[in-house]
Design a protein around this ligand. Structure first.
Ligand SMILES: *Cc1c(COP(=O)(O)O)cnc(C)c1O
Length: 492
C-alpha cells in the first residue's frame, strides 16, 4: 500500500495533486464509455471466481491506496462480474439497460452531491418538473403530487400507506391501526408482484389481509371475482379499502382491465393503486399507450424510470392524484425542519413531506437529462421496439417444433420452453448453461405448473439478431440433454 499524488492530504479529503487526479478521472470516464460502447462484444455474465470473491475479504483499509490501482481493481474484479443488464442479450427479470447520458448525469449529480430532502434549491425544481411531466403523461390533475424513491417496491408501500391514511384518517398515525385497521382488507390479482404482500406486512396489516383474486388465461385480474370477494368481505364485517391493479405483471406483462377495476373501485369507494413498475412508461410509445387505458384513473401510481425509461438505477416514482392526501400520510413537523419565508429554508412542500426519506440523492437529474437529451419519442420508440422483438421471439418459438409458448405475449415478455424430455429439469439447466456461457441471460418462472424460460425484452440495445442467438442457443443446449432425434439441433 502506498500513497501517491492522488491521495488526500491530511484532514482534507480532496486530492493533493488535482492535475494527476483529473487525468485519472478522464481515464475512468474513457474506460466506462468504452465499456458501454463495446458491451455487445462481452459475455452477458461471467461466474465469479472464488479468488476474486476472496479479494473483497480484506480488512478495513486504514491507509490510502492509489486511485489508479483501485480503478484497476474495479475494471478487473468488479466490472466483468456484474449482472449484465446493460448487455443486449440480458433478458432476465425486468432490468433496464441504462444509457451513457444517464451515466454522465450520475457523475454530475455526484459532483453536486445535492441532498434533495428539501430546502430552496434548483435540484428540487428539476424534480418538480419531472412531477409535472408525469402529470401530463398520465393525465393526472395539477393537484397531483409525485416523488422519487428507490423503486416500485418502495412506491407500492408508500401508495398503500397513503390509501391507509385515507381509509383511517390521519389520526391513525398517532393512535395506530386499532380495531378499524384490523378490519381492513386489500385486493390484488394472483399475478401481482410480491412487493404488495410485503407492503401489507410492513404496514402492520398483515399479508393475510391481502386477497389474491384469480386471473384469467391472459393473467388479468378476474374483475367479477373481485366484486364477489368484496361482497363476501363486507358481509363478514371487513372493510375493503384498497385494490391494486397491475399495468404489466412481472411474469408475463399482463395489463389488468383498469377501466373495469376503476369503475368497481369508484362504486365501492375503494382506493385504486396501480403497480405500473415497468410498463407504465409504455405511455411514451404510441402503439403501447392504448393497452394501458384506465391507468389515468388510478388514485396512486407506482412505476420505475430505471426499467423501460432506461434511467440509471435507482429511480422509482410514486404519483398520487390528490397531493393533500399524499402529504397527510407522511408530512410531520420538526423544529429542525421548519420552513421559512426567506433564505435557504424556503419552500412549502418538501420531498421529505411525501415519503419516509429525509436525506435523498438527486435522482431527478439523471431522469430529467435522459428525457431531455434523448427525447420521449426516442424512448417511446425503444419501448415499441422491445414489444416488436417479443412478438418476433414468439413467432420464432411458434415456428420451432422443439419449443412451445407457455403464455400469450401481452407486451415484451415471452415465456416458452424446450419441449423434449424432462422439461422442467432441462429448461432450468438450459437457462443456467446460457448464463454460464455468457450467451444470453433469460430467467425462469413457473406458468401453470410448468417451468418456463422467461425472456423480458427491456433493453434498448436488443436487436433481431439477439433473438436469433437466443433461439439457437436454447435449442442447441436442449439437444445436449435429450439427444432426441425429434428435437434436432440447429446447424452450428
Ligand atoms: C420490478 C417490479 C416491481 C418492483 O420494483 P423495484 O423497482 O424492483 O422495487 C414491482 N412490480 C412489478 C410489476 C415489477 O415489474
Amino acid at each position: 500500500m502506498h500513497r501517491d499524488s492522488t491521495s488526500p492530504a491530511d484532514g482534507n479529503l480532496d486530492p493533493r495533486d488535482w492535475p494527476a487526479f483529473r487525468q485519472q478521472g478522464q481515464q475512468m470516464l474513457a474506460d466506462m464509455l468504452d465499456y458501454i460502447e463495446h458491451i455487445r462484444a462481452r459475455p452477458v455474465w461471467q461466474p465469479i471466481p472464488a479468488a476474486t470473491r476472496q479479494l473483497f475479504h480484506a480488512p478495513l483499509p486504514a491507509a490510502p491506496r492509489a486511485l489508479a490501482s483501485v480503478h484497476a481493481s474495479v475494471m478487473q474484479d468488479i466490472l466483468p462480474h456484474v449482472v449484465g443488464n446493460t448487455h443486449p442479450r440480458f433478458m432476465g427479470w425486468v432490468h433496464g439497460g441504462g444509457t451513457p447520458v444517464g451515466m454522465l448525469a450520475d457523475m454530475l449529480a455526484g459532483g453536486l452531491n445535492a441532498n434533495v430532502g428539501g430546502r430552496d434549491q434548483m435540484p428540487l425544481e428539476v424534480e418538480a418538473q419531472v412531477v409535472r411531466w408525469m402529470r401530463e403523461l398520465f393525465a393526472f390533475p395539477d393537484t397531483a403530487s409525485g416523488v422519487f424513491v428507490t423503486g416500485t417496491s418502495m412506491a407500492n408501500y408508500m401508495g398503500l400507506l397513503v390509501a391507509l391514511t385515507h381509509a383511517l384518517g390521519a389520526n391513525y398515525r398517532r393512535t395506530g391501526l386499532g380495531e378499524k385497521g384490523a378490519a381492513l382488507v386489500a385486493y390484488c390479482s394472483a399475478a401481482t408482484h410480491n412487493s404488495v404482500a410485503r407492503a401489507m406486512s410492513m404496514a402492520g396489516l398483515g399479508s393475510n389481509a391481502l386477497r389474491r383474486i384469480p386471473v384469467n388465461a391472459a393473467q388479468q385480474m378476474d374483475v367479477k371475482a373481485l366484486q364477489r370477494q368484496i361482497k363476501t368481505d363486507r358481509g363478514a364485517g371487513r372493510t375493503p379499502f384498497l385494490v391494486i391493479g397491475s399495468a404489466g405483471t412481472v411474469d408475463v406483462g399482463a395489463v389488468d382491465a383498469l377501466h373495469d377495476i376503476a369503475d368497481l373501485a369508484a362504486r365501492e369507494k375503494i382506493w385504486l393503486h396501480v403497480d405500473g413498475a415497468y410498463a407504465a412508461l409504455g405511455m411514451l410509445a404510441p402503439d403501447i399507450a392504448p393497452l394501458l387505458a384506465g391507468i389515468e384513473r388510478a388514485d396512486s401510481l407506482a412505476f420505475d424510470f430505471h426499467k423501460w425509461g432506461q434511467v440509471q438505477y435507482d429511480a422509482g416514482f410514486l404519483l398520487v392524484r390528490d397531493g393533500a392526501q399524499h402529504r397527510a400520510a407522511f408530512a410531520a413537523s420538526a423544529d429542525y425542519l421548519q420552513r421559512d419565508a426567506r433564505g435557504l429554508a424556503g419552500g412549502d412542500v418538501w420531498p421529505c413531506d411525501l415519503g419516509p426519506d429525509l436525506s435523498r440523492s438527486f435522482r431527478a437529474l439523471k431522469t430529467w437529462m435522459t428525457f431531455t437529451v434523448l427525447g420521449t419519442e426516442h424512448i417511446g420508440a425503444s419501448i415499441s421496439q422491445c414489444c416488436r422483438l417479443a412478438r418476433y421471439l414468439r413467432d420464432r418459438v411458434d415456428a420451432s417444433p422443439e419449443l412451445e409458448l407457455l403464455a400469450p405475449v401481452a407486451l415484451n415478455i415471452v415465456c416458452f420452453r424446450y419441449v423434449c424430455g424432462d422439461a422442467d429439469r432441462i429448461n432450468r439447466e438450459i437457462v443456467a448453461d446460457l448464463h454460464e456461457a455468457g450467451i444470453a441471460a433469460p430467467s425462469t418462472t413457473v406458468i401453470d405448473g410448468k417451468l418456463a424460460i422467461r425472456a423480458a425484452i427491456v433493453n434498448h440495445r436488443t436487436q433481431d439478431a439477439d433473438i436469433e442467438i437466443l433461439i439457437a442457443a436454447v435449442i442447441a443446449a436442449g439437444y445436449t440433454y435429450t439427444k432426441d432425434p425429434a428435437c434436432t439441433p440447429l446447424p452450428p
